[in-house]
Structure formats: structure tokens, C-alpha cells
Ligand binder design. Structure first.
Ligand code: CS2
Ligand code: MG
Length: 403
């Protein structure tokens, strides 16, 4: 029997921090799993290195489900981003190994293709409305059929989710958390106007999305959703803090704007009521933060029963290993909705050599066995870990706000 011989925790920072688990079997097969938890990276590195790696050595790499149950139930301490990201890394690496052993891409192990490619949405943003419209035009030219639109709010410095220069947007920029200002009133006045400007200029022939970043109360979110109904958004994302599942009932009673939530939720229990009571339309849980391919499939299958579709998080802080795993899952599940695609920096692509490709608004996985991603140790060594934090939001009176 093949056994797990080695499990290495690899930390690199090619423009931003990534934690990766690489498992090697006694037959010399390797598998990769993403373990990146933005701004809290070393906590997962320690959970893996100090607590999970010793449990993996000598185990049968083929027993993915059993390993998942062992790590989840055996810990006594359940759920939570650190635990679920660490388990996800193990699970993803074992699926990669299983694919390589079988000689099949992971989507074949998940039941095979349900579609030709994976519809993605890209990010458009701008410091003001003309800059946003230029960005939307650029993405339309690149073939994107779905675009998320955000701009800075006038009079509120440093609005989250908006590019500050060229290249890929990166919110975790500073070695201590940057403090950004927030005004709900200014946001609620401004956001519907620029979403309307996008529809006026580019029409209704593509999907328009918007991310609220958990910043509203339920009744404010209801008002926002109702105000933008004529713009037919694909979704409003994270309208209120996601841990309060009951809040979505109130939003739902007031608006038909579709709701997406779940990028910072980590288990099926965190989305149970959202799904079974049909309080949302899209579930944004991911491979890396929701317990790996094994657990994400469980969430997506529950969602399928209730007419909820998938819309996985895919920001730059999810490594190319997660991106590849996400595309394999997206290709296979019956209730796929959309996949976020923010892209990665060229340095990141040097470390993680991924065969995922983009064409005409869709992502496609490689047909290589496993996930189709290779980790380049030499490139990774050029980019040592640097502490980086996400920003913190404060209201204009100085009190801390949600994001
Ligand atoms: C965002 C992310 O992509 C998104 O939808 O909400 O920028 C998110 O805030 C970061 O990934 C946090 O790590
Ligand atoms: Mg988001």
C-alpha cells in the first residue's frame, strides 16, 4: 500500500502571501493544497505543521473521506477558518494525488464535465465613474460576460475594493492594518448611480455584479436591493455580515435582487439556514476556506436541492491551486452559477505553474492528471514571507465598522 511519506508546509510571498501544503507518497506522487488565510497566514501554517502533518505520515493517501472525517471529528474543535483551511489543504492535496494515480483530471473523478467551460466574472473598478466605465470597457473587450463594478465613494477616502493603480487589486498591502473610512449614507447615495451609469453605457447584454462587503444593516440592504432592481444585477454580494443567517430573511422580504454570500463562511453549518430556507441565490464558499473539495461538494449538493447555485470566491488571495481546484469542481457540479476570476500577478504564476486557461469569458482546467498545478521551489524561495494585513474600516465618527 502506498502511504503518505512527507507533508511540507510551504510559505511564499510573490506579491502577497500564500501557504501551500505539498504531500508526497511513498510512490513518489505529490499533491498540492492551498492553505492561505489572508492576513492570518501563519496560524494555518502552524496548525498544519504542528498538528496535522504528524497525523498524516503513514496514512493511506487514497482514503480522502476517511482522512477528512478523522481530521474534522477527531479534533473535537470544529469549523472556523483556521481549522477548515488546514483541512482543506490536506483534502485538496489528496484529490490532486488521486487524480495523478488514476491518470485523470480531478473533474473526471467528480463525475465528469457538466459544461464546456466555467463562466467567470472579472473586477472593474475606478476612483470615479469615468474610470470605472473605462475599466468595464476594457473587460468587455477582453470578452468577459460578467463584470463586478465598484467605485470609490466621493468624500470617503480609501473605499475598499477599488484599484489604487495598475495591476491586480490587492487589499492586504501593509504590515499593520491600514484604516479606511466608511459612510453608509454616502455609499447608499452613490452606488446605485454608478451601477446605473454602467447599464446606461453598456446595456443589459452582460451580467453586472456588485459587492457590498458586509457593510449594511438588513434594512439598509433591503433598500439598496430594491433601488437597483431595474438594473437587474446578477447579484448583490455580502449585503450584511454573513454570520447572521436570520438577517437575510428580512432582506429577502423586500427585494428580488439576487443575493450571494459565503466567501468567509467555512462549513455546511454556516450556510444551512441560508440554503434550506432559500434566503440566498448563490453560495460563495470555496475549496480553500470551506474544508476542501470533499466538503465544498457537500455544501453544493445541499444547495442544489434548494435551487441555490454556486458562485465561489476567487480573489487573488486564493492561490492558483485553489483556482484550479475550483474550476474542476465548477465544471462538474450540476448547480454551477458563476466563478470569481481576479487573476494573479506574474510572480505568482512563476511559483505556481498552472494550466488553467481563460478564453471568451470562461476558465478551462487542464486535462493533466490531478489539478494541473506545479509548485516551483526555486521561484518560491525568491519571495520570503512578509507580514501583510487587510484594512480595517472606521465610520466617520471613528468607530469600527464591518467589512
Ligand atoms: C472580495 C475579496 O473578491 C471579493 O469578493 O470580497 O477582495 C475579499 O475581501 C478578500 O479576498 C479578503 O481576503
Ligand atoms: Mg466579496
Amino acid at each position: 500500500m502506498s502511504t503518505i511519506e512527507k507533508a511540507e508546509v510551504l510559505v511564499t510571498s510573490p506579491g502577497r502571501n500564500y501557504v501551500t501544503l505539498r504531500i508526497t507518497t511513498s510512490d513518489g506522487v505529490t499533491g498540492l493544497g492551498d492553505a492561505t488565510l489572508n492576513g492570518r497566514e501563519l496560524s494555518v501554517a502552524s496548525y498544519l505543521r504542528d498538528h496535522l502533518v504528524p497525523l498524516l505520515i503513514g496514512r493511506d493517501p487514497a482514503r480522502i473521506e476517511d482522512t477528512w472525517q478523522y481530521l474534522y471529528k477527531g479534533a473535537y474543535w470544529r469549523r472556523g477558518p483556521v481549522t477548515m483551511t488546514a483541512i482543506a489543504a490536506v483534502d485538496t492535496a489528496l484529490w490532486d494525488i488521486k487524480g495523478k494515480v488514476a491518470g485523470l483530471p480531478v473533474y473526471e473523478l467528480l463525475g465528469g464535465r457538466s459544461r464546456d467551460g466555467v463562466l467567470v466574472y472579472a473586477h472593474a473598478s475606478g476612483g470615479d465613474v469615468p474610470a470605472l466605465l473605462d475599466d468595464v470597457a476594457r473587460l468587455r473587450e477582453e470578452g468577459y460576460e460578467a463584470i463586478r463594478a465598484q467605485t470609490a465613494v466621493p468624500g470617503v477616502p480609501g473605499t475598499y475594493g477599488v484599484h489604487s493603480g495598475a495591476g491586480i487589486y490587492e487589499p492586504a498591502r501593509t504590515s499593520l492594518p491600514e484604516e479606511q473610512a466608511w459612510s453608509t449614507e454616502a455609499y447608499l447615495d452613490h452606488a446605485p448611480t454608478y451601477l446605473e451609469a454602467v447599464r446606461e453605457k453598456f446595456g443589459f447584454g452582460f451580467h453586472l455584479l456588485h459587492d457590498v462587503h458586509h457593510r449594511l444593516t438588513p434594512i439598509e440592504a433591503a433598500r439598496f436591493g430594491r433601488a437597483v432592481e431595474p438594473l437587474r444585477l446578477f447579484w448583490m454580494e455580502d449585503p450584511t455580515p454573513a454570520e447572521d443567517q436570520e438577517a437575510f430573511r428580512l432582506i429577502r422580504q423586500h427585494t428580488t435582487t439576487p443575493i450571494a454570500v459565503g466567501e468567509n463562511l467555512t462549513s455546511i453549518w454556516d450556510v444551512q439556514h441560508l440554503i434550506t430556507e432559500r434566503l440566498i441565490d448563490y453560495v460563495r464558499t470555496t475549496v480553500v476556506h470551506a474544508g476542501g473539495i470533499t466538503h465544498l461538494r457537500r455544501i453544493f449538493d445541499l444547495a442544489h436541492l434548494y435551487g441555490v447555485r454556486t458562485g465561489s470566491h476567487g480573489a487573488g488571495d486564493l492561490s492558483p491551486v485553489t483556482q484550479a481546484a475550483a474550476v474542476h469542481v465548477d465544471l462538474a457540479v450540476p448547480n454551477f452559477g458563476i466563478q470569481e476570476h481576479m487573476g494573479h500577478t506574474p510572480h505568482t504564476a512563476d511559483v505556481f505553474r498552472s494550466d488553467v486557461s481563460y478564453a471568451d469569458g470562461m476558465l478551462h482546467p487542464s486535462d493533466a492528471p490531478g489539478l494541473g498545478v506545479e509548485y516551483d521551489d526555486e521561484a518560491a524561495a525568491r519571495f520570503p514571507y512578509e507580514p501583510r494585513y487587510l484594512p480595517v474600516a472606521r465610520r466617520l465618527d471613528g468607530s469600527v465598522h464591518d467589512w
